[in-house]
Design a protein around this ligand. Structure first.
Ligand SMILES: Nc1nc2c(c(=O)[nH]1)N[C@H]1C(S)=C(S)[C@@H](COP(=O)(O)O)O[C@H]1N2
Ligand SMILES: [Mo]
Length: 196
């Protein structure tokens, strides 16, 4: 792993976005308490602009597929963490199963405990977007989103909803939890879209 802040990515962007610094550990950041979740009654819910509203239990959702991807974390509070090995359900496999309507342009990610965050659907179709159940070969710790969290590597990490339990498909962009409190509606780290 290179740790120079001058490293350039294949797309020509600096690997380390502006105003970020590398951290070796993995800070825990969330609003409120860790939700109590049991796999026996865990559900994933897809609704909104979809052909058919659906719910999956833990086994059913995991049966959608599994993928590994390594990506960097960029938190709006300025820490970045390189080379995270994620494993989970590819977002593309989930999309295959739900078939959103052509009018669906945005999603709201919904978490156990009530957290929400909004993301354009296009951004979720990019490489490396998955519902992760493991990090660096181990099941997620509770504080990092066990049993499942969204991972959206190209946006600030507040978009990577922990304890995710559903995706709502929308035709227009709506502000999620932090976006309502002044975080940027989109959150591109390389454009330094931290707050609005
Ligand atoms: N459900 C939920 N997911 C969340 C949050 C939260 O408050 N609740 N905080 C977000 C923010 S602001 C950050 S920086 C990351 C932190 O993830 P970590 O604790 O695994 O580092 O989770 C994001 N996902
Ligand atoms: Mo954050």
């Amino acid at each position: 792993m290179q740790t120079t802040d001058k490293e350039i990515r294949v797309d020509g962007r600096l690997r380390l976005p502006p105003g970020q610094r590398l951290t070796a550990g993995w800070p825990v950041l969330h609003y409120g308490a860790i939700p109590r979740i049991e796999l026996s009654n865990w559900q994933f819910h897809a609704w909104g602009l979809v052909d058919e509203e659906r719910k999956w239990n833990w086994e059913e959702f995991n049966a959608l597929g599994s993928v590994k991807d390594t990506s960097d974390i960029h938190c709006v509070t300025t820490w970045s963490k390189y080379d995270n090995d994620w494993e989970g359900i590819p977002f593309a496999a989930f999309l295959e199963a739900v078939k959103p309507k052509s009018t669906a342009k945005y999603v709201m990610a919904h978490s156990y405990g009530g957290y929400t965050t909004n993301i354009p659907l296009e951004d979720l179709k990019k490489d490396g977007v998955l519902f992760a159940h493991s990090h660096n070969g181990e099941p997620l710790d509770q504080e990092h989103g066990w049993p499942l969290r969204l991972v959206v590597p190209e946006l600030y990490f507040w978009k990577s909803a922990k304890w995710i339990g559903g995706i709502q498909f929308l035709d227009e962009d709506r502000a999620g939890f932090w976006e309502t409190y002044g975080y940027h509606i989109y959150g591109d780290p390389w454009e330094e879209q931290r707050y609005s």
